[in-house]
Design a protein around this ligand. Sequence first.
Ligand code: PGA
Length: 252
Amino acid sequence: MKKLLIANWKSNPDSPGRAVLLAQKIEKGIPSRNVEVVVAPPFPYLIPVAKALKKALLGAQDTFWEDTGPYTGEVSWRHLKHCGVEYIIVGHSERRIYLGETDEMINKKVLALLEQGLRPVLCIGEHEREGNEMPPIVGHQLKEALKGVKKQYLKNLVVAYEPVWAISTMPGARSDTPDNAFRALVYIRRLLSGLFGRSLADKVRIIYGGSVNSQNISGFLSEGKMDGALVGGASLDPKEFSLILKNSSKFK
Ligand code: PGA
């Protein structure tokens, strides 16, 4: 399976012109069709960025679970579909921390997206870790987010394991080790197997996020056996992101 690399631009860049330029540069840096690349800009840039993308797919950073209606300020999956979005990040730790997003809200988003044939990128991850043991919060977040998910939709799910302490903008951030990432992958895959059975669990892509760069990506994909990465800071630097893609394209 091709590795999945998602550029999470967060609330960047600061103008639509810069967003289009960045998308064009990222597009030029896609080495081959050996990797699946997704660019997730802020909502107002979705349409101009979509026009600049050819090989890369369009992603969004959040969604509302209802269709249309009296929900001031919310952007629903229907709006995103009209923009050509395929992948949607859900439950990012920054939304959980700064916007008070709960497991229940995240579950509603996952259910709505899967029903619509869209691909949720469900983010889970602990705030702190001591030792090698996977903190139970990771399993809790996964189980809560997947309540009521029908087996037939599972293949469209992506799980992003993002230890919060490893996200580059957190004070004292450091990337996790490929060994730990592998432990997380096994832990998540086991939980998915318990919920949905082995063969369906194997179809879910599990990716790593947290200070990913061109130096450490190979470790996460080889020893870590991750199916790809969710890249924040480094996706705003087209040269660095292109190196990440180049290094990822060696793995299958
Ligand atoms: P980072 O962000 O790559 O800058 O650590 C990852 C994320 O928050 O998705």
